[in-house]
Design a protein around this ligand. Structure first.
Ligand code: HEC
Length: 246
């Protein structure tokens, strides 16, 4: 019958090496969470990290453009009447074409906006003196771009797979029921892959932000369980049985 190695068979140097690795990775994971917090919190204008922040990060706010938001909000009072506002909104919805800008929108802006939105005013705000400047404020926010997601995907898959592999290798030396061990070594990888794919789906379906959060939480739980069980068993656990299966 084959006999597999357990923590009881590991030398003290090996256990010190394993422990230092696990502790460093554990601290790295906490910083990764902090990084996530600082990157995404406050996207929705509220302090703290919320599901809405995650939705804005991946899905964006689609039907809201900066110009549309301004004239529906703080800049509305600068317009003489609702018809003028509607003319600008219609122009945005029709694709913000240049000909229609000069014909319909520019006169409104010359009258009502350019006194502030121009170089002469000295205010640090966009100048509405050219089509190119105004059209920049009419692009919809569609969240994370595909090239950005692809970049983070490959870095995550390569980098985190290594971490999970080494943590799993150490965890295999634990003494726990073998079925539980087999599931536990696979789970973080499945959630890692699931997490990456859910980013792309969340770009299309805002509700998928919940799946991203669940995936991340489950991966962190499985990973943390491996790490803590390994550290505990390495130093404090006295084996009872003869290990026969890995
Ligand atoms: C009295 C001066 C004034 C007038 C008139 C004015 N604005 Fe503004 N606008 C500002 C200031 C100041 C800000 C920056 C502060 C803010 O966002 O509330 C701003 C911000 C904006 C923004 C946000 C820019 C960004 O970077 O997202 C838009 C869009 C905008 N204005 C559109 C308009 C439109 C359209 C009109 C005309 C109907 C208009 N404004 C008239 C002063 C003015």
């Amino acid at each position: 019958m084959p006999r597999y190695k357990r923590f009881a068979d590991a030398s003290v140097s090996e256990k010190i090496l394993d422990s230092m690795f696990l502790i460093t990775i554990g601290i790295g994971y906490l910083f990764a969470l902090l990084n996530l917090y600082y990157t995404d919190q406050g996207r929705d204008g509220e302090p703290g990290l919320s599901v809405k922040d995650i939705q804005l990060a991946y899905y964006g706010s689609h039907n809201q453009t900066r110009l549309g938001a301004a004239i529906n909000g703080p800049m509305e009072s600068n317009l003489p009447n609702p018809a003028a506002k509607q003319t600008i909104l219609d122009w945005i919805n029709r694709g913000a074409k240049e000909a229609e800008f000069h014909e319909k929108v520019e006169p409104i802006m010359q009258q009502n906006c350019v006194m502030c939105h121009s170089a002469e005013s000295g205010l640090p705000i966009p100048h509405f003196t050219s089509y190119a400047n105004v059209v920049k404020l009419t692009e919809t926010d569609t969240g994370a771009t595909i090239p950005a997601l692809v970049r983070v995907s490959h870095i995550h898959l390569f980098g985190i797979a290594f971490i999970l592999f080494f943590v799993g290798r150490i965890f295999i030396l634990c003494e726990i029921p073998v079925w539980l061990k087999r599931i536990t070594v696979a789970i973080p990888f499945l959630f890692l892959i699931g997490d990456i794919f859910s980013w792309y789906i969340a770009k299309l379906i805002p509700g998928f932000a919940y799946v991203i959060i669940a995936n991340g939480a489950l991966m962190g739980t499985a990973f943390g369980a491996q790490l803590l069980t390994s550290l505990y068993q390495m130093w404090f656990y006295k084996p009872k049985s003869n290990p026969v299966e890995m």
